[in-house]
Design a binder for this molecule. Structure first.
Ligand SMILES: *Cc1c(COP(=O)(O)O)cnc(C)c1O
Length: 367
């Protein structure tokens, strides 16, 4: 360990970098493939792209690139509040909802504290806890589903935050309203509960967690424009909480964390119900097709409530590489302690079919 590590916070040594889905540009460069021939089903992005209305609003805002953005995010927070039956004071914007996870860490975590999460939960919770020197308690999730009773039982006097990803990434599993209500009855006041609802808009009968925000509980609900809205490149998401909790989080952010082009695109996209509905429909059809195809191939998969499916293929890393050579990017799950699995995002029907054909040929050569 070089001497600079003796100066840095010791817990940073344990911090492993987040492994993102492999970008199309990387695969094209490394394998000498045409970028347009590559399909990326690795980051749960919207295969339809952004809403045309969002694109139009962003183009108009480009002309104003020399102005600093509205750091307070007035119009977007106002519109989000209205959509959720809340007020602007209930909303904080982030550079992706991932940044809001960091705000929550800044506000509540110090070395020695604990967070509670599920064993196969979205990995960013643990990365953020590590960043602040806190310890992550990972609770077993039988059938890949968060066990909220066990998570409540794992809360100690040292616990500051509990993360519930609903639906969870990478498993796609959902906890019910009843399970959430029973959990919230048990959570003590010294704990902030974070419901990460990045895939909320894909649900058909979503549980209500905003009632706990309205009740003034220590709850943050996270949502994002990266998934159903197809604006992942812009980095914009938000947290919903009671006004006092939001005012604490506001202190932890940089003055212009949400850029103006992102705010304009998000605002226009938020109001474009048609694009969201279309996305939801192709996601439902595509997910059914993928799951049905996995069934026919005799592959174990986790029935999903989101725009991706976790499927067991044997050697996940090998499958990832073989598919990549054919211009299909999926996600290998080694960093989630699931080396036999891959996660595939729902694409357009053409993309889904190309993926299933390639997968079938790899699994049953000559068939
Ligand atoms: C994709 C995702 C997010 C959103 O990240 P952004 O920073 O908003 O792009 C948050 N939580 C989960 C569980 C996700 O899968």
């Amino acid at each position: 360990m070089s001497s600079i590590w003796n100066l840095a916070h010791p817990w940073l040594r344990d911090l492993v970098a987040y492994e993102p889905g492999k970008p199309i540009e990387d695969v094209a460069r490394e394998l000498g493939l045409e970028p347009s021939s590559i399909i990326k089903l690795a980051s749960n992005e919207n295969p339809l792209g952004p809403s045309p209305k969002a694109l139009e609003a962003m183009r108009a805002t480009l002309e104003r690139s020399h102005f600093y953005p509205d750091g307070g995010g007035y119009y977007l927070r106002e519109a989000i509040g209205k959509r959720c039956g809340l007020k602007r004071e209930n909303v904080i914007l982030g550079c992706g909802s991932n940044e809001v996870i960091e705000f929550i860490g800044h506000a509540f975590l110090k070395p020695g504290d604990e967070i509670v999460t599920a064993s196969h939960a979205f990995v960013v919770y643990k990365l953020m806890a590590t960043l602040f020197g806190a310890r992550t308690v990972e609770v077993a999730d039988p059938g890949f589903k968060h066990d909220l009773d066990a998570m409540a039982a794992a809360i100690t006097p040292a616990t500051r935050e509990v993360f519930v990803a609903n639906p969870n990434n990478p498993t796609g599993t959902l906890v019910s309203q009843e399970e959430i209500d029973r959990f919230m009855d048990k959570v003590p006041d010294h704990v902030v509960v974070v419901f990460d609802e990045a895939y909320y808009e894909f649900l058909h009968n979503p549980p209500d967690t905003l009632k706990y925000v309205r009740q003034g509980r220590n709850v943050v609900v996270l949502r994002t424009f990266s998934k159903i809205q197809g604006l992942a490149n812009l980095r914009i998401g938000y947290g919903l909480a009671n006004p006092e909790l939001i005012s604490v989080l506001q202190k932890t952010r940089q003055p212009f964390n949400a850029n103006g082009i992102a705010q304009a695109g998000a605002l226009a996209g938020l109001l474009d119900d048609e694009h969201q509905l279309k996305t939801k429909q192709i996601t439902d059809q595509g997910r059914d097709y993928l799951q049905e195809s996995f069934g026919k191939l005799g592959l174990e998969y986790v029935p999903s409530h989101a725009n991706f499916v976790l499927v067991k293929v044997g050697d996940g890393k090998a499958m990832f590489s073989t598919l990549m050579k054919q211009g299909i990017i999926v996600r290998d799950m080694t960093s989630y302690k699931l080396p036999e699995w891959i996660r595939v995002s729902v694409g357009t029907m053409d993309q889904n079919q190309r993926f299933i054909e390639a997968l079938s040929a790899i699994l049953k050569p000559g068939a």
